[in-house]
Design a protein around this ligand. Structure first.
Ligand code: MN
Ligand code: MN
Length: 462
C-alpha cells in the first residue's frame, strides 16, 4: 500500500501477498463457496453459522452457569439471527468489540395464499422482500426454502432446488416477439411485483375442480404432511437455485446469491474463530431483516441483543440492571459489517471514481451511507475512523474507502445507526461487491481474505 507519502494511492490486495498468502486466498474462496451454498436464507445461514461454531468449541450461552475469559458461546434468536462471543479478559460490563452483519438477502417470499392456477398450470404468488430489481428474477432457476408450521404444530422444512438433480421453480418472461408494449415501459415498470408468479406444476389431479393446484397439494401432502391452509403459517422463500461459482479464467472472483451480506457474515465468523483470547469480549453478530429496515424481533432494532448482553453480565456479576446493559453497550465498539458498492466499469457514471471502492483493493471503510445530504446516516466520527485505521495499518490490512455512488444518485443504509444510537462508536467496514442485490452478485476472493484479516485485527487490537 502506498500511503506513506504525502499523497494517497490505494493498492491491490494481490500485490501485498506472498505465494503462501495467495494460496490461502484461494482456499478461503473454496470454503466461502461451501458456506454460501449452505446459507441461501437467513434460517439456513443461522444454522450453518451455529454448526460451524459448535465445531469450533462454542456452546450455547443459555447452558452456561458462569463465564470466564476464553469461553466461547453462542445464542440463537428464533432460528434467524445469531450471536457468537469469545469472552474477554475484561468483564462484559466493560464493553464489547462487535462485528455486526446481516444474514437476510433480497428474495421472493410466497404470499399467505400463494397457490392458484391459470393457463393449465399451478402457480405460486410472491411478494418480494428487500430491494429487488424485478426484471432480474424472471426466466431463471429458483429454489424454494423455508419452514412450515403444520396444523398440529409440527414443523416441516422445505428445501427444493439447490441440490443437484432437484427440480427448480420458474417465473416466465415475455418473448421478444411480443414485447413491443413492454419494451416501451421503464426498467422499473416493465415487470411488476404481481407478475412474479412461479410455475409450481402442470400435472393435473383426478379431481374436477382446481386440478393443477390439487396436483401440487397432493405432492406437498405426501412429502411434508401439508394442506393448503398450512401456507398461512409458513415462511417460504424463492431464492436463486444456482450455487456459488468461480469467475474468470483465473478463478479470482466468486459469483453467488446473497454476498450482501453473507460475505460479511462469513468473514466476521472466520475472524472470530481465530480469536482464542482477547481483552474485550469479541462478538460476531448476525442479524435478520436488515433489507427491510431492521424491524421486528429478529432485526437489529430488537431488544434481543441487549438482553443477551444482560445475560452475559449477570453470569459474571451475579446481577444486571437495564442501566448496566446500556453502559456496556456505550463502552462497546462496532464494525458495521456490510458490503460496499464497488466501482462498476460498465456503469462508471453513477460513482465518484475518487471515492468509490474498487474490487480487489481490500476491505472498505465507509464513513457514511444514507441518501441526499447523508440523510439517515451514522456518519462515523473522525476519531473512531482514526482508531480503526491505525489498527488496520499495524496489522498490514489492505483497506480502501468507499461511498455509495455519486451525491444524489441514490443511497442506502446499514445497521450502523441503530447501535450508534446506543452511544456506541460505529463504522461501516465491509467487502466491496458488484451487482449488489442482483440474484448473482460478484466479489473478489482477495477482498474476502483481507476482510477476515481486518476483522481479526479489530478483535485483537482495536
Ligand atoms: Mn447489506
Ligand atoms: Mn442490501
Amino acid at each position: 500500500m502506498e500511503k506513506s507519502g504525502l499523497s494517497v494511492r490505494y493498492g491491490l490486495v494481490w500485490d501485498s501477498l506472498n505465494d503462501e498468502q495467495r494460496a490461502a486466498v484461494m482456499e478461503v474462496g473454496e470454503d466461502y463457496k461451501r458456506f454460501m451454498d449452505a446459507s441461501k436464507t437467513e434460517r439456513l445461514c443461522a444454522r450453518e453459522i451455529v454448526r460451524r461454531a459448535q465445531q469450533q468449541g462454542f456452546s450455547e450461552l443459555q447452558s452456561k452457569k458462569s463465564l470466564k475469559p476464553g469461553d466461547k458461546v453462542y445464542s440463537v434468536n428464533r432460528g434467524k439471527s445469531v450471536m457468537l462471543a469469545v469472552i474477554g479478559r475484561q468483564n462484559v460490563a466493560q464493553g464489547l468489540s462487535i462485528v455486526g452483519s446481516h444474514i437476510d438477502s433480497p428474495r421472493l417470499d410466497l404470499k399467505q395464499n400463494p397457490l392458484y392456477e391459470d393457463g393449465s398450470m399451478a402457480l405460486l404468488k410472491t411478494h418480494y422482500y428487500g430491494g429487488v430489481r424485478k426484471y432480474q428474477w424472471v426466466a431463471r432457476p429458483l429454489a424454494l426454502c423455508g419452514t412450515v408450521v403444520l396444523r398440529d404444530g409440527s414443523i416441516a422444512e422445505i428445501e427444493v432446488g439447490s441440490a443437484p438433480g432437484d427440480p427448480v421453480f420458474y417465473i416466465s418472461d415475455l418473448l421478444p416477439h411480443l414485447s413491443a408494449d413492454q419494451n416501451k415501459k421503464t426498467l422499473a415498470e416493465g415487470i411488476t411485483g404481481e407478475d412474479l408468479n412461479a410455475v409450481a406444476g402442470t400435472l393435473p389431479g383426478a379431481e374436477t375442480d382446481r386440478r393443477f393446484a390439487t396436483g401440487v397439494l397432493r405432492l406437498l401432502n405426501e412429502k411434508y404432511g401439508m394442506t393448503e391452509e398450512d401456507f398461512v403459517s409458513a415462511e417460504l422463500e424463492l431464492v436463486p437455485a444456482e450455487n456459488a461459482r468461480d469467475v474468470g479464467f483465473d478463478r479470482s472472483c466468486v459469483a453467488a446469491y446473497g454476498h450482501d451480506d453473507r460475505v460479511c457474515a462469513y468473514t466476521s465468523m472466520q475472524a472470530l474463530f481465530d480469536v482464542q483470547e482477547c481483552e474485550k469480549t469479541a462478538v460476531a453478530l448476525f442479524v435478520d431483516k436488515e433489507e427491510v429496515g431492521s424491524m421486528g424481533n429478529t432485526g437489529m432494532h430488537s431488544r434481543y441483543f441487549a438482553n443477551v448482553v444482560g445475560q452475559m453480565i449477570r453470569l459474571q456479576e451475579g446481577a444486571c440492571s437495564g442501566f448496566d446493559v446500556d453502559l456496556a453497550l456505550a463502552k462497546s465498539a462496532l464494525l458495521s459489517s456490510d458490503v460496499a458498492a464497488a466501482l462498476d466499469p460498465n456503469y462508471p457514471t453513477v460513482a465518484d471514481p475518487r471515492n468509490a471502492a474498487v474490487l480487489g483493493k481490500g476491505v472498505t471503510l465507509v464513513k457514511y451511507t444514507g441518501s441526499r445530504g447523508k440523510s439517515g446516516s451514522n456518519d462515523a466520527s473522525a476519531e473512531f475512523i482514526g482508531r480503526v485505521r491505525r489498527c488496520f495499518g499495524e496489522a498490514g490490512v489492505v483497506w480502501q474507502t468507499g461511498e455509495l455512488g455519486k451525491v444524489d444518485q441514490g443511497g442506502g443504509g446499514t445497521i450502523a445507526y441503530i447501535l450508534a444510537n446506543c452511544d456506541m462508536d460505529v463504522l461501516d467496514v465491509g467487502v466491496p461487491v458488484l451487482s449488489m442485490h442482483a440474484p448473482f452478485e460478484l466479489v473478489s476472493k482477495a477482498d474476502v481474505y483481507m476482510t477476515i484479516r481486518a476483522y481479526r485485527a479489530f478483535y485483537k487490537s482495536c
